[in-house]
Design a protein around this ligand. Structure first.
Ligand code: GDP
Ligand code: MN
Length: 387
C-alpha cells in the first residue's frame, strides 16, 4: 500500500528521523496561509502516489504569499503520472548543500532487507543508477530478530560520508531509525530522497516514500488508517469491497479464476503460451452471482482487455452460480449485446452441466482444459482490436 509523502514524513518523525514538517492544503489561499505561518521561502509539494514530482513541476519554492497562491494553483491543476493533484504539502525550504539517497527495502531475490545509499541523491537518482552504478552502496542484512543500532550501521554510514564523521554519525542514527520503523510498521520500502545535507551540516529528510505491506494490514490498524481511497486503482478498490482479490497487470487477457493457486497457474499458462495477462483475479470459493458480476465489471474497467478467460474448477464454487453471475454480467456490462469482448470459459466440477445449460446460446468459447482455454484466449487476444 502506498501512502503520501506527508504521511511518510510523519512516520519518519515518529521514529526519530529529522524532517521539516508542514501543513496540508487543498486550496491556494489555504496554501498561502500555511506558507505565511511557516515562513518564506516555503516549498509547495504535490501529494500524489507517484515519484518524479519535482520534474513534473509538482515541487515549487515560493518567496511571497502571491507566489504561493500562483504555485498552489499551478500544482493543484497538475496530473502527475495520470494522478490528479488534490492536495499540496506546504513545508519550510531547507538550504541544501547536497542531496543523498537512503533507503531500506526487501530484496526478494535474496530474501533479505537491504540498505541502499548514494551520495549523489535527488531527482537524478535513476539516471545515476544507470550511468554510474558504482556510486550506489548496498548493505545486505542477515536475517535477524534483533534490531539494528546506530553502532551496527556506522561502517556503512562512513562509506556514505567518508571523511565526515559528524555526518556519518547522524546518518547511522537515521539508518537505525529506518530499521525500527520498517519492522514496527511492516513496511516493504522506506526511502528518503533527498536526505539533504544542509548548509548548517544537519541531515534532514526532505522527501519520503514508504510502502506498507498489504499482507500485514490485519495487524496494523494504524497503517490501514493511512489509506487514501481517492488515490487507489478503482479496480483494486472495488475488488476489495466486493471481497475479491485482484491485482492489475500490464497485459490484455482479463482473467477470472477461483482459487489463488489456480489463478497463478492460469497466469503462468497464458504467459507460457505467449500471451499477457491483464490481471490476477481470484473470485474465491462459494462465488455468488454478484461476485461474478463485480469481477466482470472490474476486469472490463481496463480498456486494454481484449478477451476474458474464465477458469473455474468447481468444488465449493458451483458452476451454475458462476453461470448465473455471467448472465447477469452479460446484461450489465454489454447492454447492447454486441459482445465486444469475447469470453473463453473453462467450467468444470460441481453442477457443471447445469452451468453449461444456462450458458447455452451465449456467445462464448468453451474449453475443456486449462491449456486449451488459455490457448484460445491468447489467439483471440492476438486477433482482437482493443474495445
Ligand atoms: P520527487 O521529485 O517526487 O522525488 O520530489 P522531492 O520531494 O524529492 O523534491 C524534488 C526536489 O526538489 C528535491 O530533490 C530537491 O532538490 C527539491 N526540494 C524539495 N524540497 C526542498 C526544500 O525544502 N528546499 C529546497 N531548496 N529544495 C527542495
Ligand atoms: Mn524525491
Amino acid at each position: 500500500m502506498k501512502i503520501h509523502e506527508y504521511q511518510a514524513q510523519a512516520l519518519l518523525k515518529e521514529y526519530g528521523v529529522p524532517v521539516l514538517g508542514g501543513e496540508l492544503a487543498t486550496r491556494p489561499t489555504e496554501a498561502a496561509e500555511a506558507a505565511a505561518k511557516i515562513g518564506f521561502p516555503a516549498v509547495l509539494k504535490a501529494q500524489v502516489h507517484a515519484g518524479g514530482r519535482g520534474k513534473a513541476g509538482g515541487v515549487r519554492v515560493v518567496k511571497t504569499p502571491a507566489e504561493a497562491i500562483a504555485a498552489a494553483q499551478a500544482i493543484l491543476g497538475l496530473t502527475i503520472k495520470g494522478l490528479p493533484v488534490r492536495r499540496v504539502f506546504v513545508t519550510a525550504a531547507a538550504s541544501i548543500r547536497s542531496e543523498v539517497y537512503l533507503s531500506l527495502l526487501i530484496d526478494r531475490a535474496i530474501s533479505r532487507m537491504v540498505y541502499i545509499a548514494c551520495s549523489a541523491g535527488g531527482v537524478e537518482i535513476e539516471e545515476t543508477a544507470k550511468t554510474a552504478p558504482e556510486k550506489i552502496l548496498r548493505l545486505e542484512l542477515p536475517p535477524s530478530r534483533n534490531g539494528r543500532t546506530a553502532a551496527d550501521c556506522a561502517p556503512f554510514a562512513e562509506r556514505l560520508f567518508p571523511g565526515e564523521p559528524g555526518l556519518a554519525a547522524k546518518a547511522a542514527e537515521i539508518m537505525a531509525s529506518l530499521y525500527r520503523l520498517f519492522r514496527a510498521r511492516d513496511c516493504s520500502l522506506v526511502e528518503i530522497n533527498p536526505l539533504a545535507v544542509t548548509q548548517a551540516s544537519a541531515l534532514v529528510a526532505l522527501d519520503a516514500k514508504i510502502l506498507l505491506d498489504d499482507n500485514a494490514l490485519f495487524r496494523q490498524p494504524g497503517n490501514e488508517a493511512l489509506r487514501d481511497p481517492d488515490s487507489e486503482d478503482p479496480g483494486e478498490l472495488e475488488a476489495r469491497t466486493a471481497g475479491l482479490s485482484f491485482i492489475g497487470l500490464n497485459g490484455d487477457i482479463g482473467c477470472m479464476v477461483n482459487g489463488a493457486g489456480l489463478a497463478m497457474a492460469t497466469l503462468d499458462t497464458i504467459k507460457h503460451l505467449g500471451g499477457e495477462p491483464a490481471n490476477f483475479l481470484d473470485v474465491g470459493g462459494s462465488s455468488s452471482p454478484q461476485k461474478i458480476t463485480s469481477a466482470f465489471r472490474i476486469i472490463l474497467r481496463n480498456p486494454r482487455v481484449k478477451v476474458i478467460f474464465i477458469n473455474i474448477f468447481g468444488g465449493i464454487t458451483r458452476c451454475d452460480d458462476v453461470a448465473r453471475g455471467m448472465l447477469a454480467a452479460a446484461q450489465e456490462c454489454n447492454p447492447d449485446g454486441s459482445g465486444k469482448v469475447p469470453v473463453v470459459i473453462r467450467l468444470v466440477g460441481t453442477n457443471e452441466e447445469a452451468g453449461r445449460e444456462l450458458l447455452a446460446g451465449q456467445n462464448l468459447t468453451v474449453a475443456r482444459t486449462l491449456e486449451e482455454g488459455a490457448l484460445k484466449a491468447v489467439e483471440l487476444a492476438q486477433q482482437v482490436i482493443s474495445h
